[in-house]
Design a protein around this ligand. Sequence first.
Ligand code: AMP
Length: 389
Amino acid sequence: MLCGPGLQATLSETLPTLKLLIEQGGKLILAAHLGRPQGKREPSMSLRPVGERLADLLGRPVAFVDDCIGEKVEKTAGVLQPGDVLLLENVRYYKEEEENDPGFAEKLAKVAEIYVNDAFGAAHRAHASTEGVARVVARRGGQCAAGLLMERELKFLGDELENPARPFVVILGGAKVSDKIEVIDRLLDKANTILIGGAMAYTFRLAEGYKTGKSLVEADKTEVAKAALGKAKQKGVKFLLPLDDVVAEPVKTDKLDKKGKPVIEYQNVRTNTDPNCADNAAGLDIGPATVKSYSEEVSKAKTILWNGPMGLFEDKRFAEGTFAVARAVAEVTQKNGAKSIIGGGDSVKALNKAKLGDKVTFMSTGGGASLEFLEGKELPGVAVLSEQN
Ligand code: AMP
């Protein structure tokens, strides 16, 4: 049985594992989740269309059963021949999956002799398909292993960053300091340079006593930001904050977005070179001077780790900072052979949007899982594999 990555993201990323197992004459039973059906049969989250797409990608039939446990699964699994592939229905149609219910894990594992986990993006959760099943298979004397994608994730986010070639430049952006503070703290022990962008930069600016206007800030996290600045100084890490930014005036409209929240329009977009932000404006991207300075730092790097966009890149008026940094990262990778590791989530989206995804060394398929792993936390879906062998 093989547990695949959150299939909506990257089906193709797990193909090498599937092909290897097929070549070796395995009978593949694939278990995966899609979306958050909350323990209900939500037809829009069925894996049936995924099976069809997978069959195209593999160039061979993929059988599908509209359940992940029970008689039908056992019957179909029982007649599989070496090299056959069977995809099970969304494991999250059962609430017991996310509860890591031992009885459910037992039922899921019933058809499996060997367990392979290729779902790095779900490895930070101890669910039945990512953790419980491994225990059942191992208890019965079966082997548990990481798939090739999982192995690559652990290599690049783990081993490669243990003793990185220097200079080691870390680029951190995104919305919140609080989401990434543990990563910042850990990387302050390793990095030569840390470049901060995104909304996160405004919490640092606030900590330094500047005005942040309507920028996204976490006013209760200024002490945390100050502590990071202090640690950087003490450790001799070059810790750079934006020199300038792109700001605009946010105005609420009557329109609602998909989630029912009012759509915000941004007016009067301009570059701001004052470290203070006007009361009626929000900072939404790093400015040209910052792009220049960050690109220079990146061009000297031998190892780069990037997590989080430099601005609200979904709006093209605020995407240039992220795209320019992406170009700098791609260039130093291609020209100087630097190792560039993109730590998942929105930075991966941004690189793909800039069509530079294939110009970096590695892009993680995990969002939350990458962050927790970079924080140094043990991921239950990874830990269970080594415990059992
Ligand atoms: P994260 O998940 O923490 O990496 O945050 C990514 C999100 O942060 C993206 O949706 C970005 O649009 C958003 N973001 C980055 N910079 C800003 C900013 N200056 N203001 C508002 N949102 C931002």
